[in-house]
Ligand binder design. Structure first.
Ligand SMILES: Cc1cc2nc3c(=O)[nH]c(=O)nc-3n(C[C@H](O)[C@H](O)[C@H](O)COP(=O)(O)OP(=O)(O)OC[C@H]3O[C@@H](n4cnc5c(N)ncnc54)[C@H](O)[C@@H]3O)c2cc1C
Length: 107
């Protein structure tokens, strides 16, 4: 970890954005996620019927107009699988995977 400027704990909505924003700021950051995938609460809470109670157009990132153009939600209130797919798409789209370690506890 000596080569890092910032350690991010967790790769849910917040951690994913942190990794992206820190890289854009020129910092060497890495997220450590205990789960076997990204998504945070949307990875852990995969029971049938799990969905957001905020509208999909609001329950997403707003830092990239391109991302907003590229992604279209299939439902007004997104279900857990679609939120998880969205977050994985964000990691793909912005090349975040090299800066995320899964199944690893940070701190
Ligand atoms: C069914 C459901 C519906 C929801 N609907 C909404 C909604 O409509 N609107 C809304 O605003 N919010 C909603 N939420 C709340 C949701 O939790 C947040 O919106 C958001 O996903 C939280 O993101 P986060 O990155 O802050 O935290 P989390 O998603 O909790 O991510 C934290 C991550 O950190 C990891 N972690 C913690 N400690 C460590 C450690 N020491 N080492 C490594 N990894 C660690 C955890 O494994 C986890 O993956 C909903 C939640 C659920 C379960």
């Amino acid at each position: 970890m000596a080569d890092l400027d910032v350690v991010v704990v967790g790769a849910g909505f917040a951690g994913i954005y942190a990794v992206h924003a820190l890289a854009r700021a020129g910092l060497r950051a890495r997220a450590f996620e205990a789960g076997s995938g990204i998504g945070g609460t949307w990875l852990w809470n995969c029971y049938p019927g799990a969905r957001a109670d905020v509208e999909s157009k609001d329950y997403c990132y707003s830092f990239s107009p391109e991302l907003e153009q590229e992604w279209s939600w299939s439902e007004r209130y997104p279900a857990q699988p679609e939120v998880l797919a969205y977050l994985n798409r964000v990691a793909d789209r912005f090349g975040l995977w090299p800066d995320i370690r899964l199944s690893t506890r940070g701190i």
